[in-house]
Design a binder for this molecule. Structure first.
Ligand code: HEC
Length: 159
């Protein structure tokens, strides 16, 4: 009985999350990408030098940049697969969500020259050089390297 009361109390919070996620001019609703290509995505990853800061699980890539303090791993097992909306956002708007440990990175020379406001990601902004096709293929390439981690469901005792 107690568990049920808890759920009822949580209901308004659930509804609020659903509503805020559905509407508004900045919501991701209606966003779809055409089908990308994994091999072309890898080529784009190399051409845009993403490997200078990233390792990709299960891929042989050129050595990361010497000046990179800590390469960020992309792909691998995850409890929740990254949607392409999340990947596109990470690529074209890297500062939307800053990984722990990277927030206080000083601006790169390129970012300083562009006068980007703080706080921001140390990730290079490729928006003026990357084609839309490259972006679509990059997302396909990265998604092919995420694997859903099996998890043990919580077993509830019968009443
Ligand atoms: C100068 C270093 C640098 C370069 C170059 C770079 N990134 Fe990143 N990237 C980062 C850092 C640091 C993060 C961690 C999140 C943050 O703080 O921005 C990140 C985060 C990401 C994420 C989100 C990862 C997650 O688990 O949330 C994706 C996806 C990504 N980068 C893709 C790319 C792609 C594709 C390229 C090439 C077009 C690229 N990055 C180039 C530094 C870089």
């Amino acid at each position: 009985m107690k568990a049920r009361t808890g759920l009822v109390q949580l209901l308004p919070a659930f509804v609020a999350v659903l509503i805020s996620g559905c509407g508004g001019p900045t919501s991701g609703r209606g966003f779809t990408l055409p089908e990308g290509d994994v091999d072309r995505g890898k080529t784009a990853f190399l051409n845009l030098k993403c490997y200078s800061c990233h390792r990709v699980s299960g891929e042989e890539l050129p050595a990361p940049d010497e000046t990179t303090r800590k390469a960020v791993l992309l792909g691998g097992t995850t409890p929740r697969i990254q949607t392409y909306g999340e990947l596109v956002t990470s690529i074209i708007n890297p500062s939307h969500k800053l990984a722990q440990g990277f927030v206080s990175e000083p601006a790169t020379d390129q970012q300083a020259a562009e006068g980007e406001p703080q706080p921001k990601s140390p990730m290079v902004n490729n928006n003026d050089v990357m084609t839309v096709s490259q972006l679509i293929d990059l997302v396909k390439f990265l998604q092919s390297h995420y694997e859903l981690e099996p998890y043990d469901p919580t077993l509830y005792q019968p009443y």
